[in-house]
Design a protein around this ligand. Structure first.
Ligand code: ATP
Ligand code: MG
Length: 658
């Protein structure tokens, strides 16, 4: 069958894709002094292994059952009592209260710093304020704030008193907020007068007012003064500063069950309507605590900078809970990373002597598009470790990140995970062991996690063959369920295969056990009997020096099954010509094989992306098939859709029909 044995062209591509740039020498830096020597130590008794990791957190009471696995529902450390806010704050305050927790910079150049002690005091005040408004354990509170320290304060204040936080990315519209607040039935919304983005003030409070005008169950809106633009206060609005003005700055952390829900977070919506992912406390914290240490090999002296917004899971796990549980110092930035100058991010790294940078392939492609002069003219010598998350990283982009940003010194941790998984499941773990890196592969599962690549029937495919990624054992960061919808939880993740979690991603595991993500399973193209992952095709485009970004999708084709339509964004300064089109088609033929030659190639200025920067291929697909484009509430910029619609219209005209 096609999927089990790569055809010659697939094989060729695969080889170029895995071109083993073996980086042993680089990768030996930063070996942690962890008690776990290699990943294989975790292969025996996984539950026991995770118990040993959980023991590193603070527990008011120890659990009696490490894992209650009632497929497909997993409950970790049952009987254990803990608190996320206590682990994130008090644990460090008791040791080093004056350690810097957050170094914040705003787009307009404003700066603030908070120590762990100061953060604890702000968190306790807001927790007391929430209690004074009648908020109780188990209630939901929606947080709609820009990337400012108060966003972290709000989350930890909720966690402190057992309230379930649900963050909505501050770029979302009134409609997106309404849907999510209705779904979670939040009693309280925490927002600010505004947030900064590209020199403009986004009027967050006005958006909230519009969103909740018909939602009577929302009792109060807490409004932080941040940008000082005028706002109108109604009866249910409370000013943050007035609420906390005279309140006590001490608040005991609620003693909570390990299985108590910590938060609801809606997924990016790349493949459909966002799902309300519900995470618990003890298991989630254990996963995040462990992976943060293994992946980032965190040290007391590190200055960590994760560019993800807390509106996404990366921000929850690796801005809020992971770094804080380790007493780390981190940079937090409000605004666009390329504003007011395209080199803003490199200036910040130099200014704060950042040692660890964690960002996304989409951001890297943008930085790369601006050229090498900007990073080259800033001092990036403090960096020691680089990370990426969110999408497959094109090998070409990986090499740029490694060479131009890391100057060939810094290992790259490509971390594969999802909102649902809570923390990384596939990643190099420099805090534990040395392995060669291969550009474009997230390497292997993290300790304690077992994965496989299987065919349609759930049978493991041969190494180097394409298939669907599955997780074969429950892991501590696993979602509890989808909020209020156990049935959907079962259908989405557990109905394709029995007792195996289905993430919906297409992948290859090579002979060395390395995993290569090939894109979303739903987006796989079937061209003349060959299955092609979107990431394979898009990476082939990006490997051409003229191309900054690319997106592909398939449209039905009488003979081939599917024809490949591609949208290409060129690098700054490159002129789109028909000659270049031809050159790119030839480039694809050469890199992958003649069969992968796109039937249509359109130059566009922007690709349709989610607010978290992921290409929304389902939109391309829907447009290609002339279908309704569905929920686009998480789309970044409608202009990109219009541009692609026009491209499709031209295509239709030229073909007469689809
Ligand atoms: P929705 O589930 O609503 O469609 P989403 O899947 O984009 O949205 P997230 O949970 O933010 O929401 O994204 C997880 C997905 O991102 C993964 O399933 C995978 O497709 C992709 N992804 C994340 N990290 C990586 C990575 N390192 N390499 C390849 N793909 C990645
Ligand atoms: Mg998803």
């Amino acid at each position: 069958m096609k999927d089990s044995l790569p055809t010659p062209f697939e094989r060729t591509f695969f080889l170029t894709y895995t071109q083993p740039t073996v980086l042993d020498s680089v990768y030996t830096i930063g070996l942690g002094n962890n008690d776990l020597k290699t990943r294989s130590d975790s292969n025996g008794n996984r539950v026991k292994f995770w118990e040993a990791q959980a023991a590193k957190l603070y527990w008011f009471e120890k659990w009696h059952t490490a894992l209650d696995w009632n497929p497909p529902f997993a409950r970790w450390f049952v009987g254990g009592k803990t608190n996320a806010s206590y682990n994130a704050l008090d644990v460090t305050v008791q040791k080093t209260p004056n350690k810097k927790a957050i170094i914040w910079e705003g787009e307009d150049g404003k700066k603030r710093e908070l120590t762990y002690q100061e953060l604890l005091s702000e968190v306790s005040k807001l927790a007391n304020a929430l209690k004074s408004l009648g908020v109780q354990k188990g209630d939901r509170v929606t947080v709609y704030l820009p990337m400012i320290p108060e966003l972290i304060v709000a989350l930890l204040a909720c966690a402190r008193i057992g309230v379930i936080h649900t963050v909505i990315f501050s770029g979302f519209s009134a409609k997106s907020i309404k849907d999510r607040v209705e779904d979670s039935k939040s009693k309280i919304i925490i927002t600010s007068d505004g947030g900064l983005r590209r020199g403009n003030i986004i009027k967050l409070k006005d958006v909230v007012d519009e969103a909740i005008q018909d939602l009577d169950f929302v009792e109060n809106v807490i409004v932080l003064e941040h940008t000082k633009n005028p706002i109108t206060l109604t009866k249910r609005d409370k000013k943050w500063h007035e609420l906390v003005g005279t309140i006590s700055s001490s608040c005991d952390a609620e003693i909570l069950d390990s299985t108590h829900p910590l938060y609801i977070l809606y997924t990016s919506g790349t493949t459909g309507k966002p799902k309300g992912v519900l995470h618990g406390t003890g298991g989630y914290l254990t996963h995040v605590y462990s992976t943060f240490q293994w992946i980032f090999d965190i040290k007391d002296s590190d200055v960590y900078f994760c560019t993800a917004d807390i509106g996404w899971v990366t921000g929850h796990s690796y801005v809020v809970y992971g770094p804080l549980m380790h007493g780390a110092t981190q940079i937090m930035y409000e605004g666009a990373l390329d504003f007011p100058t395209p080199g803003r991010i490199w200036e910040m790294i130099s200014r704060y002597k950042v040692t660890i940078l964690y960002t996304t392939p989409t951001a890297l492609r943008m930085f790369m598009k601006f050229g090498d002069d900007l990073p080259n003219s800033n001092d990036l010598s403090s960096l020691r470790l680089l990370g990426t998350v969110g999408e497959p990283i094109n090998p070409q982009v990986w090499k740029w990140y490694f060479g131009i940003i890391g100057k060939g010194r810094c290992p790259i941790v490509d971390t594969w995970w999802q909102t649902e998984t809570g923390g990384a499941l596939i990643s190099p773990v420099p805090g534990l062991e040395t392995i060669p890196l291969k550009p474009g592969s997230a390497t292997r599962p993290v300790p304690g996690v077992s994965l496989s690549v299987v065919d349609e029937h759930g049978k493991q495919v041969e190494p180097d063959s394409k298939g669907y990624l599955v997780v074969t054992n429950p892991w501590p960061g696993m979602l509890l369920t989808l909020w209020g919808d156990d049935e959907k939880y079962k259908t989405v993740y557990w109905s394709k295969y029995k007792n195996m979690y289905y993430p919906g991603d297409y992948a290859i595991q090579d002979k060395d056990g390395y995993i290569w993500m090939l894109g979303r399973a739903d987006d796989v193209l079937k061209v003349a009997g060959h299955r092609l992952g979107t990431a394979e095709l898009e990476s082939a485009f990006v490997s051409n020096k003229a191309v900054a970004e690319a997106a592909v999708c398939g449209i039905p084709h009488d003979v081939k099954g599917e024809a490949i339509i591609s949208f290409v964004v060129l690098k700054d300064g490159v002129i789109p010509t028909s000659q270049l089109k031809e050159e790119l088609v030839n480039h694809i033929k050469k890199t992958i094989g003649p069969i992968a030659a796109p039937d249509q190639l359109h130059f566009v200025k922007k690709l349709p992306k989610t607010r978290s920067g992921k290409i929304m291929r389902r939109l391309l697909k829907a447009m290609a098939k002339n279908e309704q484009i569905g929920d686009i509430s998480t789309l970044e910029d409608e202009a990109s859709v219009n541009e692609i619609k026009t491209a499709f219209a031209e295509l239709k005209q030229s073909l007469g029909k689809f």
